[in-house]
Design a protein around this ligand. Sequence first.
Ligand code: EPZ
Length: 418
Amino acid sequence: MSNFLIEGGVKLRGKVNIGGFKNAALAIIPSAILCKEKCIIENVPAIEDVNVFKEILSNVGAKVVMLDETTMEIDSSAVKEISMSQFSPKNIRASYYMWGVGLGRFKKVTTPFPGGCNIGARKFDYHIKGFEALGAKVEVFGDQTISFSAEKLIGNRIYLDFASVGATINIMLAAVYAEGRTTIENAAKEPHIVDTANFLNAMGADIKGAGTDVIRINGVSELRGCTYSVIPDQIEAGTYMLAAAATKGDIIIDGIIPKHLEPITAKLEEMGMRIEEYGDSLRVFYEKELEPVNIKTLPYPGFPTDLQQPMAVLLSSLNGDSIIEESVFESRFNYVDELRKMGADIDVNDRIAKIRGKGYLTGASVNAADLRAGAALIIAGLVAKGVTEINEIHHIDRGYENIENKFMNLGARIKRVI
Ligand code: EPZ
């Protein structure tokens, strides 16, 4: 298994270009199966999770061709069903979108239970509640297979107990062809909900309100092919912003939508970082000693849970105390033991982490538990005194394109050891 070797102590300098948003692409790519005509998806990130979806779509009979490194052509005309036999064992959590797509187009779908990062129970009850409200029947076989079916899908009013990203998108997908109107209340408002709705509307769906907590979907009878470009990855961009802060650097982050980064920008400015906005890029630079802050992760537009781990590294590297409350996932502190190997002083109690920053970290051999924890450990290695070895880096490759080269171009001393 390959790993990263990082020699800390370099202030990041230079420009980094941000790729397409992983979690938007992982919703939009399967959504193309709703349409029998060819779709072209631009700005697709070059990451492992996209490769997994290419395999999933090919296995169900879609023709997936990369027209260039980031442009994917999907032809779903030959797809006749979505069934268990077509699935590879290495499922990712986002494979749950095949439920909404399978129900939407074929009124029947059977898949293995999705996988994904080990960050809590990650149940599917909100997805199931939404599909049942539209008239679907759910059957679970053992603990491996789940099946949804419906004579027909009829629009309904669905209230989500939690503003679940996956459930919001999945219900939208199933409702696109449903008879009548579906209303999703307490819907998630993340930018990739809007991106997925925009893609569906570009194919001819009738969706209004995405980005607010009430989304209305009026069923249509057919969709047509389209060309659509995925929004930039605000989590990737935020990761580089936090790395610039942790290394006291000065970087330009290019190809982003500044509004999507407001939660991170606000927190970094509160800590004392300078941030200047230039259209579709930001300059993030260090001017004075940063002050620790308290963080509570929340659904958008709150502070994103996917940047909780990298923020914990920044806070651990400062002088002073801070508190992180993880309100989205019930257990997302599995990286803390690895940070402790690097000298971090963090106490975790349920969803609260108390950080006592000592102003430095020390290089060590550590393991990436999931992709965001892995990105956090890279930042820790960039800050730490000495050399850090990060193992299990296949987790990082799932969601960060070309990460070591992007950091090397910013001056980091990092290399991948195969
Ligand atoms: C999506 O996961 C993202 N994954 C996650 O990103 C992200 O952290 C999360 O949204 C929150 O923004 C993808 O888009 C592929 P949720 P998802 O449904 O859909 C509970 C990354 O690193 N819940 O908003 O699973 C769930 O357990 C990944 O890119 C239920 O209880 O997130 C969690 O505690 C990690 N029942 C909370 O809700 C359900 O039916 C939020 O989950 C669904 C979710």
